[in-house]
Structure formats: structure tokens, C-alpha cells
Design a protein around this ligand. Structure first.
Ligand SMILES: [Zn+2]
Length: 162
């Protein structure tokens, strides 16, 4: 028998972004801002994602819900699919995510992380462009950074298996 340890490293930054680069700070701010366009009439959970492309452009998305729940989509996938369809030749290199609950009217204390489906899409996007996507997760208590989306999805299923 043999055991393998799989680990993911999180870098913690101050919530005010003072330890981030100017560009990353802007990316987090854009993720926070785009939560305002969220259509979250069922969950009342407003999520924003800002995707930094290799050309410096930032593409944003928010969660868009539907009465038929699976028809809705998360902020991360809204941003990624919008970028992939509008800028198919430009690799995404980082994504920031922020969220708030309607009942609180302020951003979550602790960062939320992309759901499993979004992680799968982020990993496919990394593979498609051959570039890692850094992940920045905003919370009022701090910002987490993960160097690659793949690190959020160990033992993943991908096209190598097909
Ligand atoms: Zn998701």
C-alpha cells in the first residue's frame, strides 16, 4: 500500500488589498462591483467574478439564476464563457470572486470558493490556453490566492482520460 498526500497552498492577504498588486486590487474591485448585476431572486446570494485576460483586459460576470434551477449559472462560468466567446484567442490568467447575502447587505466575512462545476470549467480553460489561472477569493476578513485553478481540483477528470 502507498499513500499520496495532495495539498493546495493558499496565500492570505489583507482584505483591503494593500498587499496585492495594483492590477489584482483592480480585479478584486471589479468582482465586487459586478455582484450588483447578479440575478439571484432565489438564493439571494449575489456573486461576482472578474477574469483577467493576458492582454490586461478584465471580463466580468455575475450569477444568473432561473426558476428551473439547473438552467442558471454561476458568476465564474458567466465570466469565463463570455471571455471565451468574445475573446477566444486571449488566455485568461486570473479570476477574482466576491459574494454577499441579501440579508447581510455586505460582503461575506470569509472568501467563497468556486463550486465544483466552475472548478471543472476553470481547469479546462487552463488546459485550453496552456496557461494557469490564478484564483483570488475575496472576504471581508481577507483575500485568499491560489496559484492555479487546477490546485482547487485535485484528481480531476479531464480530456486526457478520453
Ligand atoms: Zn460555480
Amino acid at each position: 500500500m502507498k499513500k499520496t498526500q495532495l495539498s493546495t497552498t493558499l496565500t492570505h492577504y489583507n482584505a483591503d488589498g494593500s498587499e496585492l498588486s495594483e492590477l489584482d486590487r483592480r480585479l478584486v474591485e471589479r468582482a465586487k462591483k459586478i455582484t450588483q448585476t447578479s440575478y439571484a431572486v432565489y438564493s439571494h446570494f449575489h456573486v461576482g467574478a472578474a477574469l483577467l485576460l493576458e492582454n490586461g483586459e478584465i471580463v466580468c460576470g455575475s450569477n444568473q439564476e432561473n426558476a428551473a434551477y439547473p438552467a442558471g449559472t454561476c458568476a465564474e462560468r458567466t465570466a469565463i464563457f463570455y471571455a471565451n466567446s468574445s475573446r477566444p484567442d486571449v488566455a485568461p490568467v486570473a479570476i477574482a470572486v466576491a459574494a454577499w447575502r441579501e440579508e447581510d447587505q455586505e460582503f461575506l466575512d470569509n472568501p467563497i470558493s468556486p463550486c465544483g462545476v466552475c472548478r471543472q470549467v476553470l481547469v479546462e480553460t487552463e488546459k485550453r490556453y496552456g496557461r494557469p489561472i490564478r484564483v483570488l477569493l475575496y472576504g471581508r476578513n481577507g483575500i485568499f490566492e491560489v496559484e492555479t485553478a487546477s490546485a482547487l481540483l485535485p484528481l480531476r477528470f479531464d480530456s486526457d482520460a478520453l
